[in-house]
Ligand binder design. Structure first.
Ligand code: SF4
Length: 532
């Protein structure tokens, strides 16, 4: 089977081959059926070994359908790729039946052997055992001067990525293309490139990245050939967009996996495992001093983790206290209340570098009223108008605290002020001094039985719910794009509803925290308050 492929050469790319061909991946290797280890497998492996495993062996019927946001990213990627490829006409593309890697590899080799200048959609394959093949699919192969098995030319790979920075995982995949290409054309390419969204080409330092690639690839091959998938580990930052999320999350919930506790990172999990602390119950019963000396912990993190396990186990909020005085950490002036309070949330369209919505809920305690103001740029040239309307509104209430969730709103106000020269420095500082980050106050003051300290998780635990259950920040980006493309106001209305609910949720959290803190402020000696 492998006879039709150019065999890997041990003298390529610095002399040592990436895979020890004499060592099959593992004694417990799965099937004898061909294994195709693709650049995608390697890319995902670097972020989550389980993802790469399930992509290869999982039941595809269990995969989640792509969200609107994921589809948008895929669409943006395709557009970026098409824009870069416009510079390389004429392009030649290997023709083969979908999924037939052998045919794809032969068609690509035929184009390379014929000396095609630019090959798009090429497939490079090299065997590493009788049944295991590496499959590299660089977006573009560019003919260059030099030597190869076909004559006085060779190729260099280009990967076209949507990111703005040459992240390590991109570079490792670029090194993978170079390594497989070296085996196919009989000589290492001079370079491997990344074409990123910043309109620049980044040449990957192969001397630096190839040793890392070999290490990662060896581990990847080992893990992908085990009979069982790697253990589930939920990290919302990487899992939320993964098509195995429902399956993994269900398994994590069923086993009460402690990766569901905020603060349990994979590095900390390694230490917890070594101590046998793999359940919420076990962690909840551990004195925090036992964890404090491990790297990446420290006293504050250790205490927070143990509290997190206790809060989750008993479904209770736990007040945080000063270690020395045993008093509640949050002073009353950190959570100001006033006759009029403003709750503020921004929506942005990153594709257009545009802040298109300033949502402000005005809560007037004197008149018992709540009024939502949507200061909206319906079109991309109306950012200034929306921003100035926002300033007018907040300056109408010069003493009202402005509650928001996370630093983004304050950062954006600073940015827009400079961009539009709207306020002098004194007035900007006066305005920003009214901002109160409720996320900061919650995480400082209390440990909650939540899986994440995102607004949705916190507010839901406190009893608030959004009218639209599917809405989220990523979805609102899609909705704004859809509004611009179709002019259908239903998209705008969905955004406004979501933004208004975010403002109400922030208000809900503020009220909850005030009620929670109130008895602790009046009895500062109290060290622990339980709620829920
Ligand atoms: S949901 Fe998370 S743990 Fe599961 S495969 Fe995807 S990234 Fe990995």
């Amino acid at each position: 089977m492998s006879a039709s492929y150019p065999l890997p050469c041990r003298t390529l790319l610095g002399g040592s081959h990436l895979i020890p061909l004499t060592e099959p991946p593992t004694q417990t290797a799965q099937a004898a059926a061909p294994q195709w280890i693709t650049d995608d497998s390697l890319f995902h492996y670097q972020r989550c070994a389980r993802r790469a495993y399930l992509d290869l062996h999982g039941d595809r019927a269990m995969m989640d359908p792509p969200s609107d946001y994921l589809q948008k990213i895929q669409q943006d990627s395709a557009e970026h790729r098409a824009a870069v490829l416009e510079d390389y006409v004429p392009l030649q593309r290997p023709i083969y039946a979908h999924g037939d890697w052998h045919a794809a590899a032969q068609a690509t080799i035929a184009l390379m052997a014929s000396g095609a200048d630019h090959i798009v959609g090429g497939v490079l394959v090299t065997p590493i055992t009788e049944t295991c093949f590496l499959v590299s699919r660089p977006d573009l192969l560019i003919k260059q001067g030099g030597w190869s098995i076909w004559g006085a030319w060779q190729y260099a790979p280009v990967d076209i990525k949507l990111g703005k920075k040459p992240k390590l995982d991109y570079q490792i995949v670029a090194a993978f293309h170079a390594e497989v290409l070296a085996a196919v054309q009989g000589t290492p390419p001079h370079e491997s490139w990344l074409a990123l969204r910043d309109d620049r080409y980044h040449s990957v330092d192969l001397a630096q990245q190839l040793p890392k690639l070999r290490e990662i690839l060896t581990a990847c091959l080992r893990d992908l050939t085990y009979p069982e998938p790697p253990e589930v580990f939920i990290a919302h930052s990487r899992c939320d967009l993964c098509h195995w999320f429902t399956q993994c999350y269900g398994e994590a919930r069923q086993t009460q996996h402690i990766s569901l506790l905020p603060g349990v990172t994979s590095a900390r999990y390694t230490h917890l495992q070594a101590l046998g602390l793999t359940t919420v119950r076990a962690l909840a019963a551990t004195p925090s001093a036992q964890l404090a000396n491990f790297p990446g912990f420290g006293e504050a993190v250790a205490e927070k983790l143990v509290h997190q396990a206790q809060a989750t186990l008993y479904n209770r909020a736990i007040a945080r206290t000063e270690p020395t005085h045993n008093t509640f950490v949050l002073p009353p002036d950190a959570l100001p209340s006033a006759e009029v309070e403003l709750y503020f949330d921004i929506e942005a369209a990153p594709d257009f570098d545009l802040i298109y919505l300033h949502g402000v809920l005005v809560v007037d305690h004197r008149h018992q009223t709540q009024r939502f103001h949507a200061l909206l740029a319906e079109h991309v040239d109306q950012e200034r108008q929306a921003w100035e309307s926002f300033l007018e509104l907040v300056l109408d209430y010069p003493h009202a605290p402005i509650y928001h969730f996370c630093p983004y709103e304050a950062q954006t106000v600073r940015k827009l002020t400079h961009h539009y020269s709207s306020l002098n420095l004194t007035d900007l500082h006066r305005l920003l001094s009214r901002f109160v980050d409720i996320h900061d106050r919650v995480t400082t003051a209390v440990t909650l039985p939540v899986e994440s300290y995102a607004l949705k998780h916190i507010a839901r635990w406190m009893g608030f719910d959004w009218r639209d259950h599917e809405a989220n920040g990523a979805q609102s980006i899609c909705w704004y794009n859809d509004w611009l493309m179709t002019g259908d106001r239903a998209y705008l209305e969905a955004i406004l509803r979501y933004n208004e609910d975010d403002c109400h949720a922030t208000y809900h959290v503020k009220r909850w925290l005030t009620e929670f803190a109130d008895p602790l402020w009046s009895a500062p000696a109290a060290s622990l308050k339980v709620s829920g």
